[in-house]
Design a protein around this ligand. Structure first.
Ligand code: 13P
Length: 277
C-alpha cells in the first residue's frame, strides 16, 4: 500500500526507530527493496534520485512501484531523492510520488527557505510530503552523487528553516558522506543533539552506506527517523555479479533474478540495523 513520508516518519519518531530509504534505478532494485520490506514486515521508502532520470522517467518508476506496492501489505513511500529542479518536483508529484526532497542546500540560506516553502505549499495541497537539506555532505568512494564540500548543519539555522518552510523532514549534515568512507568516519553526534533539541520534526541521515552500526543506533536514539542507503547496494551487487560471471556465463534473465537477491541482502541488513536502536 502507498503512503506518504510524513505518515511513516511520524510513527518512527514515536517508536524511536528509523525507516530505511533505499535508492532504486531499475526493475531489479525496485523489486529487491519492496520484497525486503514485505518479508521484514516494515514500512519502506523507495527513493529515486533526480540524477537517475537518465535510467527511468518518473512515470515509469511510479507505475512500477505502485503496481508492486499494491501487492504488499506494508506501507510503501515513493520518494524523489535529491531534486534541485522545480519542474522535476512537479512532474514527480503529478506522476504519483508521495514524497519529494527539494535539495536547495546549494542555494543561499534565504533563497533556500523561499523556494522550499513554495514547494511545501504545492506538495501539501495534494498530500505529498517534503524533505529538505541544510548543510552538505562530502563525497566518499563509489558514490554517484555530486562532489561537495562538507558543511555541517547549523542548529539555529535548522530551527528557523523548519519553522518558516513547514517541511516534514530535515536532512542534516553531521559527518556522514555520500558513498563508502575512505577512512574512519568523523561523525559529530553533538551537532545532531543540538539540532534535535530545537527542531520538532523527524530528522534524516544521508550517506548510510558503511556508517558504523553503533553510530547509526546513537543517531536513531537522538532523533534520526530516516536513513538513506545507495552506494553499498550498488557496490555489493556489482561485485556479486562479477563473481557470478567469472564462474559461468549466464542468461540475462538469470542475472536479473540474482541481482534482486543481492539487493535484498544489503537492504535487509540495513533494515535490521534501523528497526531497533
Ligand atoms: P550512500 O550512497 O552513502 O548510501 O548515501 C545515500 C544517500 O544519502 C542518498 O540520498
Amino acid at each position: 500500500m502507498m503512503t506518504n513520508l510524513a505518515t511513516v516518519l511520524n510513527e518512527a519518531r514515536k517508536g524511536k526507530y528509523a525507516v530505511g530509504s533505499f535508492n532504486v534505478y531499475n526493475y531489479e532494485t525496485v523489486r529487491g527493496v519492496i520484497e525486503s520490506g514485505q518479508e521484514m514486515n516494515l514500512p519502506t521508502i523507495v527513493a529515486f534520485g533526480e540524477n537517475y532520470l537518465v535510467n527511468m522517467t518518473v512515470e515509469e518508476i511510479s507505475a512500477l512501484v505502485r503496481t508492486m506496492a499494491s501487492k504488499v501489505n506494508v506501507p510503501i513511500v515513493l520518494h524523489l531523492d535529491h531534486c534541485k529542479s522545480y519542474a522535476n518536483i512537479v512532474k514527480a508529484i503529478r506522476a504519483g510520488f508521495t514524497s519529494v526532497m527539494f535539495d536547495g542546500s546549494h542555494l543561499p540560506y534565504e533563497e533556500n527557505i523561499r523556494q522550499t516553502a513554495e514547494i511545501v505549499k504545492i506538495a501539501h495541497a495534494v498530500g505529498v510530503s517534503v524533505e529538505a537539506e541544510l548543510g552538505a555532505l562530502a563525497k566518499g568512494e563509489f558514490s554517484n552523487e555530486e562532489d561537495a564540500e562538507q558543511i555541517y548543519t547549523n542548529p539555529a539555522e535548522a530551527k528557523r528553516f523548519v519553522d518558516e518552510t513547514g517541511v516534514d523532514a530535515l536532512a542534516v549534515s553531521i559527518g556522514t558522506v555520500h558513498g563508502m568512507y575512505k577512512g574512519t568516519p568523523r561523525i559529530d553526534v553533538g551537532i545532531l543533539e543540538q539540532i534535535a533539541a530545537v527542531v520538532d520534526i523527524p530528522l534524516v541521515l544521508h550517506g548510510g552506506s558503511g556508517t558504523p552500526e553503533d553510530v547509526v543506533k546513537t543517531c536513531i536514539r537522538t532523533g534520526i527517523c530516516k536513513i538513506n542507503v545507495n552506494t553499498e547496494i550498488s557496490v555489493y551487487t556489482v561485485d556479486k555479479v562479477q563473481e557470478l560471471l567469472a564462474a559461468k556465463k549466464c542468461h540475462l534473465s538469470e542475472i536479473s533474478l540474482r541481482e534482486v537477491g543481492y539487493v535484498k541482502d544489503v537492504v535487509k541488513k540495513y533494515m535490521t540495523m534501523f528497526k531497533n536502536a
